[in-house]
Design a protein around this ligand. Sequence first.
Ligand code: GRF
Length: 215
Amino acid sequence: MTVKLNIGVLVSGNGSNLQSIIDSLEAGRIDARISCVISNNATAYALERAKRHNISAFHIDQRAFPSREAFDNEVVVLLRQHSVQLVALAGFNRIVTPVLLDPFPESVVNIHPALLPAFPGRHAQRQALQHGVKITGCTVHFVDRGTDSGPIIIQAAVPAYDTDTEETLAARILVEEHIIYPQAIQLFAEGRLSLRGRTVIIEPPPASGLLEADS
Ligand code: GRF
């Protein structure tokens, strides 16, 4: 039996990206398992989604910790207890510190609702509309010590219309998020992501074992 990659997912809100990962796992499109879901928000609907799928789900109350680092240390304790190898931020509304990043080198990923490096940080869809761009999108990237500044794994483009509100644009972007986040996680699970400088190289899929016949 092959040992599956253990994923820990950090969430704060609705958890539609968590759901897309769960659905992809259950459909066999990702060869891994979610070993725990952790939220800093007790009422995050994402926790309900996890429980419905019998995934261990935890709330860590950030108010109980004196610093970001102390909170992150508690997160790391839980991730280690669940043998997590890949940490996926999915609508996690906190900046993570080196306390969380260092134990998981090149193994923390995030989804951001803009075509980075445009519009990092909060309210990316609002920023895009205020700037008047015609195309925006979403980005899955490795997390580094900056804000939404890590190496880019996959991006998808989405049109922005002058009739858009923040909500209509966010909804159109989410459709693509739900496609590219599971894809990026499967590439990681297959060991097909490597870094050259800050460029993520996506290795070709392993050979199928079929050899071409000599002509
Ligand atoms: C998504 O737009 C994601 O890109 C951003 O936060 C939102 C989370 O949505 N980081 P959900 O909780 O996954 O539905």
